[in-house]
Design a protein around this ligand. Structure first.
Ligand code: FEO
Length: 396
């Protein structure tokens, strides 16, 4: 029934869209949904590159059947075992009992652990090739982009890189599958949110992957999430390079927690002075309102980060604690950090934020400001001074 979507004469898109799941990894909001991409290569041998989330297996199988009918699939190439891609492996193994599972050394243990698969496993090493007939595939491991077993598959003949999670993004494929069939640049924000929250910790492995793949010619990038790239490969490579090095732009994210609006008052005072001092990109987030993934994404965009929290039971406000904990795990670096906070009787928030700033590879800018109860004249000006120091540092 489905008219097959072709990447080339014998390579097909068989992925699916997910508009129902609220939280990716049961953690990250995906208001724009997500696509689980999978690819089918029909040659003398048939190969499937990854599967899809188990919740969408029915549609996935129908798409495969439309293309190959009753022919068996000879190889399942497993670029990544995370269940958003590997979730349908078990069903595929039942439907195609003679299928060979292709993965690297680390894949092997994982598919046994997740799916009990031990037989018909073909372990490949870096740069090894697999011939399907006219089609020649080559495999390269890209550890920690996103898991230890992550791997890409390169079609040497058509110069297509099946890049797994790398260069993927949140957002469904709403008709257009290829970047030149849509307003692709609209995906930049969601690609950065995907990158910063999922792969952001692994900037150094991303750089290593770049180095490993630097000698291969790439005409198309077919990742496991989002549009297939034909026109915007250079753009996306440059975004990834920048994000993985945590290179940022002039601008400030002010993230605060506030119970009754007093810490918020400080945030707005700081923001106003930043604007007066010529900072045009200022993003203010209430950490109790905006999911951390959006804040983290903007932190990957802007050099300045100003954090504010009230003291809550002698600790940070729990939602600020959660944000700084995520930022510590990710290992944010190369930022300028400013700090403010408030308390009613005894302060701890500013001290905790200072401890956070000392832990990450970032520069503390300006004097941290701590107010008791409501914002008053002296600390109002201290907030403005903090903003001036940040603006000056960003402009130096
Ligand atoms: Fe899209 Fe790491 O899975």
């Amino acid at each position: 029934m489905y008219i097959p979507i072709k990447l080339t004469d014998n390579i097909f898109y068989v992925g699916v869209n997910d508009r129902r799941t609220a939280l990716f990894e049961n953690l990250l909001p995906i208001e724009k949904g997500v696509a689980y991409n999978s690819y089918l290569i029909k040659d003398e041998k048939v190969a499937l590159i990854d599967t899809v989330h188990i919740n969408h297996v029915d549609k996935f199988l129908k798409k495969i059947e439309t293309i190959i009918g009753n022919r068996p699939i000879d190889y399942l190439i497993i670029n990544h075992v995370e269940p958003d891609h590997a979730g349908s492996i078990k069903i595929i193994s039942k439907l195609y009992p003679n299928i060979k599972f292709v993965g690297n050394k680390k894949t092997v243990g994982m598919i046994e652990g997740y799916f009990g698969i031990k037989e018909n496993v073909e372990e490949v090493h870096d740069a090894q090739t697999l011939k399907l007939g006219q089609t020649n595939l080559q495999f390269f491991t890209i550890p920690m982009v996103h898991w230890p077993e992550s791997m890409v598959t390169y079609n040497k003949d058509e110069k297509i890189l099946f890049s797994s999670d790398a260069f993927g993004t949140f957002g469904t494929l709403d008709g257009g599958i290829f970047d030149d069939e849509m307003d692709f640049l609209m995906f930049e924000e969601e690609m950065r949110r995907y990158y910063s929250n999922i792969v952001g910790k692994y900037g150094s492995p991303v750089q290593k992957a770049f180095e490993k793949l630097s000698t291969i010619e790439i005409k198309m990038v077919a990742s496991s999430h989002g549009p297939i790239l034909r026109n915007h490969i250079t753009d996306v490579l440059s975004w990834y390079n920048k994000w993985s090095l945590q290179e940022t732009e002039k601008g400030v994210v002010i993230a605060y927690a506030s119970m009754y609006g007093n810490t918020e008052d400080m945030a707005e005072t700081i923001a106003r002075k930043l604007a007066e001092d010529g900072i045009k990109h200022i993003k203010i987030y209430d950490v109790s309102k905006t999911h951390a993934s959006y804040i983290i994404s903007d932190i990957f965009k802007y050099k300045g980060l100003i954090l504010g929290s009230p003291t809550y039971s002698n600790e940070l406000h729990p939602n600020m604690e959660s944000l700084v904990s995520r930022l510590s795990h990710i290992g944010i670096k190369n930022h300028y950090i400013g700090i403010f906070g408030s308390c009613t009787w005894a302060g701890a928030a500013v001290r905790k934020l200072k401890e956070f700033a000392a832990k990450v590879e970032c520069e503390l800018v300006g004097e941290p400001v701590e107010e008791k109860q409501a914002l008053k004249e002296e600390k109002y000006h201290a907030c403005r001074n903090l903003a001036s120091a940040m603006a000056k540092r960003l402009q130096s």
